[in-house]
Design a protein around this ligand. Sequence first.
Ligand code: MN
Length: 231
Amino acid sequence: MSYLFPPPPTVSVPIVGRGERFPVHRIYCVGRNYEEHAKEMGFTGREPPFFFLKPADAIVVADAGQTATIPYPSLTKNLHHEIELVVTIGTGGRNIAAADAFNHVYGYAVGLDMTRRDLQGEMKKQGRPWCIGKAYDHSAPIGPITPAAQAGDVVNAAIWLQVNGADRQRSNVNKLIWNIAETIEHLSAAWELQPGDLIYTGTPEGVNAVVSGDTLTGGVDGLVPITVKVA
Ligand code: MN
């Protein structure tokens, strides 16, 4: 078989303690999955989980101990950070029950759901898709994946983000509205999950703007922290 032009390279993420990399299939994201963040976005109460996607090639790997660089994206004047726990799928499936969900998880990573908030807000107002606000190039920085067995108590881990050394977001994964298992149950009812899928599980309160020159450092206790500089 031959192709008209070279197919794009496989997007992949390093794995802690292994030579093999984790090939990325899809990036699913959960919206408004911490109560205090839902409130700061103008919503209250527990609504059914909802999802959006980013393209796999929006990934920017922030390797351990290094500073990854993302460009300040086009069109926006309000680039927001959202620190998130990323769940990585090792075994696919559809209609996965919450009780079985962790059997499908390969491991965990720290990710940033970077958001062109002004564009997202405009699309929301008009009832249009969020793609231009969420699914743009370089919008999904991620750190190395820690296999589940080595990741510690991720469901009760602190999640935090600093910008230029000052606290911006600080919460705990146990404050997820829809926890990891419930998220997998809902997601796999809508799509057949595949090995290589990433799930950005949502961000806690404290989202705010960053500008060119800012350095973001974020983590989930028990996982490899990430450092990302906005060019
Ligand atoms: Mn998010």
